[in-house]
Design a binder for this molecule. Structure first.
Ligand code: COA
Length: 349
């Protein structure tokens, strides 16, 4: 068989031809696609959902994509995400994927070239990317580049049939109602609360980051608005449950979930955080117990709740484990200096 030559080209969803769009969709969600390989239990996303996800990236995220082509077939792609935020201006998120049938031919390495160039041009010095335990090739590749493990984490999943409803009721009943109020924000946050929510969200900076060389994340009202707009366009519903300290009026903690109509049997659990000074009063359990009780009423199709946790996050894992969450798959977040990747690429030219 004659080996087909590979060309790497920048991919822009706005200018790509319909044939190119279909080929890149097949690369991602086709029967042997990159995401299909990562999430074999889930149905593939539809073409329209995938296209919409590319068109609705919030403006504070600059997403660039390069595709490896063999004739009309897309066989690999790399992505670079740069956040225009006040924090972490040394950092860029990178991802490289090559179809299983085309690995170990140097395509992944070639897809790294524009990533390193793009990050350097944007003044970013550290690349961060994740690998899935289901695909050991990713770890081997990362180690080859000289990347370091920044954080070992896991997707944990709760099958709702395993939920201990009596325990959830007990958590709700034990909630400290005398001092705190519990309430919901469905969809967009109330405008008058957005500044306070930016402060509240900073609590997530107290979650373990292990060895990741990242700074605290700062949320601004503008980012919140852009994120909400993106969720709306993607038809993802957000439910936020929060507790307020009655005496001071301060927001003390929150938990949020995301329901993606494109994946109706899975609910994504997002942030859960309680301000350090309000910890130890059962607020975390009250929040999670109340949230999970609402799920079957609102979304009868949901069978699983998924969440991502650092393996070192003992307090969150304790709550999740008691609810019935079990390990689903492992993720490692890696970090490597752009200069190191460039040096690796020079050595292998
Ligand atoms: C990681 C991935 C993109 C590598 O693509 P690839 O085209 O096979 O990579 P290359 O052929 O360019 O290999 C680059 C180097 O990594 C090494 N490597 C790649 N896969 C390897 C494996 N399974 N075992 C050992 N070494 C491996 C190669 O030998 C090569 O080493 P060299 O520096 O001596 O030349 C591919 O395996 C993949 O798509 N994995 C799933 C997605 C993922 O985990 N991406 C990484 C996160 S960003």
């Amino acid at each position: 068989m004659v080996k087909r030559s590979t060309t790497i080209r920048a991919f822009d969803v706005k200018t790509a031809t319909p044939e190119e769009l279909r080929a890149v969709y097949a690369l991602v969600w086709g029967p042997r696609g990159l995401r299909t390989e990562e999430w074999p239990d889930d149905p593939p996303r539809s073409y329209d959902t995938w296209l919409n996800s590319l068109r609705t990236v919030p403006p504070f995220v600059a997403l660039r994509i390069w595709v490896a082509w063999q004739g009309a077939d897309a066989v690999g792609r790399s992505t670079l995400e740069i956040y225009d935020t006040p924090d972490n201006r040394h950092l860029a998120n990178a991802d490289v994927g090559v179809l299983a049938s085309h690995r170990r031919q140097g395509i992944g390495k070639r897809l790294l070239v524009p990533i390193a160039q793009g990050a350097e041009t944007a003044g970013r010095t550290l690349l961060v990317g994740g690998t899935d335990s289901a695909i050991p090739a990713g770890e081997a590749f990362m180690e080859r580049l000289g990347s370091r493990r920044g954080m070992v984490s896991r997707t944990n999943q709760l099958s709702l049939v395993d939920l201990d409803s009596a325990l959830m009721r007990a958590w709700c009943e034990q909630g400290p109602r005398k001092e705190f109020d519990l309430d919901w924000w469905d969809g967009a946050y109330p405008e008058a609360e957005v500044d306070a929510i930016c402060v509240l969200r900073a609590v997530m900076n107290t979650a373990p980051r292990d060895d990741l060389e990242v700074e605290d994340q700062v949320w601004t009202p503008e980012m919140i608005h852009q994120q909400q707009e993106s969720l709306l366009q993607r038809e993802v519903d957000r439910r936020t449950l929060f507790v307020r300290h009655r005496a001071s009026g301060e927001l003390a903690g929150y938990t949020e979930v995301f329901y993606d109509r494109a994946l109706p049997h899975v609910l994504q659990q997002g942030d859960t955080g309680v301000l350090p000074k309000y910890r130890g009063h059962g607020l975390g359990k009250w929040l999670k117990g109340t949230m999970v009780e609402r799920v079957p009423r609102e979304w009868p199709d949901v069978r699983f709740i998924r969440t991502g946790n650092a393996n070192s996050n003992a307090p969150m894992l304790k709550i999740n484990h008691a609810m019935g969450f079990r390990p689903y798959k492992d993720w490692t977040i890696w970090q490597v200096e752009v200069s190191k990747v460039k040096e690796y690429l020079r050595r292998h030219e």
